[in-house]
Design a protein around this ligand. Sequence first.
Ligand SMILES: *Cc1c(COP(=O)(O)O)cnc(C)c1O
Length: 504
Amino acid sequence: MERGDLPVRRAPLEVDAEEFRRLGHATVDAIADFLDSLPGRRVAPGESADEVRAALGGGGLPERGMAPDELLAESARLLLDHSLFNGHPRFFGYITSSAAPIGALGDLLAAAVNPNVGAWPLSPLASELEAQTVRWIAELLGYPPSCGGVLVSGGNMANFIGFLAARRARAPWDVRADGIAAAEGATLRAYVSAETHTWIEKAADLFGHGTETIRWIEVDSGQRLRVDALRERIAADRAAGDLPFLVVGTAGSVSTGAIDPLDELATVCREEGLWFHVDGAYGAPAAALPDAPPDLKALAVADSVAVDPHKWLYAALEAGCILVREPRALLDTFTYRPPYYRLAEGEDAPVNFVDYGPQNSRGFRALKVWLGLRQVGREGYVRMISDDIALARDLHALAAADGELEAWTQSLSITTFRYVPPGLEPGSPEAEAYLNELNREILDRLDQGGDVYLSNAVVDGTYLLRACIVNFRTGPADVRALATAVTRAGAEVDRELGAAGFTR
Ligand SMILES: *Cc1c(COP(=O)(O)O)cnc(C)c1O
């Protein structure tokens, strides 16, 4: 580049190539050591917020900078010593997966090139790669790859987009221009099962409907939405002058992994002219399995499907995805053309992701997802997801065979169970109250202890321990260790509660 006698600018944040190489190699070495050491580490640090804050150090905004090599080494040390590791083989909590290592390198590459994936002209390759990622995800799930879709931060955002697309398509007026107040007394109604994730409350709240407009439909003994109850509710609401617009089916509920009868829900929606959205944030990738249940495969006929690559596609946080059968429905929901956008429109125009969701500037989160799919293909994902499910079933069988454990639910890769001390007969209100207290305390103790990490579910008032395996590092020995850890902690807590005067 020509610069004559003009001075070279040297900005404080600039790092030259040689220094970057050195810093990068040191950081990658630290990450490689971390991955290698993972199984031997505590799953969770078991520290209080005060302890973690003290490790970080108080201090206000620094006035002066510091050397980047020291700084990176210090941040690696802080993170490695005071984090919960959801990539640990004995992490069984919530629905948070081990992240594929290739994605960590992908994020580094994505941040280095830093394309703005809101607009095609700002991110030619990245936009095309994201469009391909969306198609590949659709293909994996058995959803039409001609769909529209976009990557977002997670399941909540993906479901929000499904909600907004449904409202735009089914509200009988221009809801984008006139808002929902234009309903003039009629209420737009969304129908969901009582087990639906709390995103629906945030959506109804944030988008001005109000949480009271949600119709929570009861579930059957398998935690699945009852279609007869849904039909009755829709009929009653129509008779009262309400405006049903959306039915949500869950493909893998957050508590027990239950799959709603998606095919029957699709029929109801077709007959009633409603938008059918599937929340497959967790369970949708299991539709890729050759032996997937027909209820799950029926997500193929939904108007929209939310799926979380940062759950069962093992992408690093954050990565959610919404798929919408008719790409037009997304464009109709989100497109604006202010004078400062210089973007092409029309059938042949390249994809501008700003038109597919609420974000304007967008990062390149697609790369890490694409890399995972490209690294192992459909075959690799089918194997990992099947193995997770097989391990969760093994855990259920272990619990069923263990005199001190009571196996409860098993669906997809979620197993619920509880500890029941020898000599205690469950069933009476006193015994059940005691068991709830006992298992709550067992969970706290285990998660604090650092050997394993799991979470809980409450099913029909029963407090259960819940293991969810979306973790390609978990193996049979880890599942066995979990069962052993629960019985050991159970006996210990039972003794202590007894000594503290708790009555069974
Ligand atoms: C996890 C989950 C969500 C929320 O997804 P986030 O990625 O945490 O925003 C919604 N629905 C279901 C069924 C989930 O499992």
